[in-house]
Design a protein around this ligand. Structure first.
Ligand SMILES: [Zn+2]
Length: 197
């Protein structure tokens, strides 16, 4: 198993979380699976400091989503797979309930959205779940969805929120690790795509 895969997974995770939120996270291995190479993260529980009212990211869900996204990106391929040109159509067709309509996001978030939608389907799509809009705003993903129950309390809601966090670390053009690039309009890009604008 090439070492580049766990290194890439750590790069995505470090980009999604800030430095403080990376404390107590490490890679313990990579498992070959039918979904692709699955990076195993160990995520120690982080205790909130007294008086700290800042909302903490859901690190376990974010790490699991990064692992699933990296697996799809490298499935049966020695290099990251190419993103299909028909990415919006493919997502809508492969995940008719969870994604539904065409997304308004760039090709680079294809594996991220595929991983998130696939995981929601695996855990069981909540009653009445629908995506009202999947778009980019200020460089990161906005995935507006609703369900019969309050979606924040559902696993599907946690996965959607994790996808929004992770998007800040994924180049919206090519899917490689990236970061927020301020400018005329904020976007998330890898080094190569930050230059070409
Ligand atoms: Zn890129």
């Amino acid at each position: 198993m090439p070492r580049v895969i766990p290194a890439e997974a750590m790069a995505f995770l470090a980009g999604a979380l800030d430095e403080g939120a990376m404390v107590g996270i490490r890679v313990t291995g990579v498992d070959p699976t039918h979904q692709g190479p699955r990076v195993r993260f160990e995520v120690l529980l982080m205790r909130r400091r007294r008086g700290d009212t800042k909302r903490l990211p859901d690190r376990a869900t974010i790490a699991e989503l990064v692992s699933r996204m990296v697996a799809i990106r490298w499935r049966d391929s020695p290099v990251p797979r190419e993103i299909p040109e028909t990415h919006q159509m493919d997502l809508a067709a492969s995940h008719p309930v969870v994604i539904g309509d065409f997304t308004e996001t760039g090709p680079g978030w294809h594996w991220l959205l595929s991983a998130a939608a696939g995981w929601i389907e695996e855990t069981g799509v909540p009653a009445g779940f629908r995506s009202n809009q999947v778009k980019e705003k200020f460089g990161t993903l906005r995935w507006y969805c609703s369900a019969a129950e309050d979606e924040d309390r559902l696993q599907a809601g946690r996965i959607v929120q994790a996808a929004e966090w992770v998007s800040g670390a994924v180049c919206e053009t090519c899917g490689a690790p990236g970061r927020a690039r301020p400018g005329g309009w904020m976007r998330t890009a890898c080094d190569a795509h930050a230059k070409r604008r």
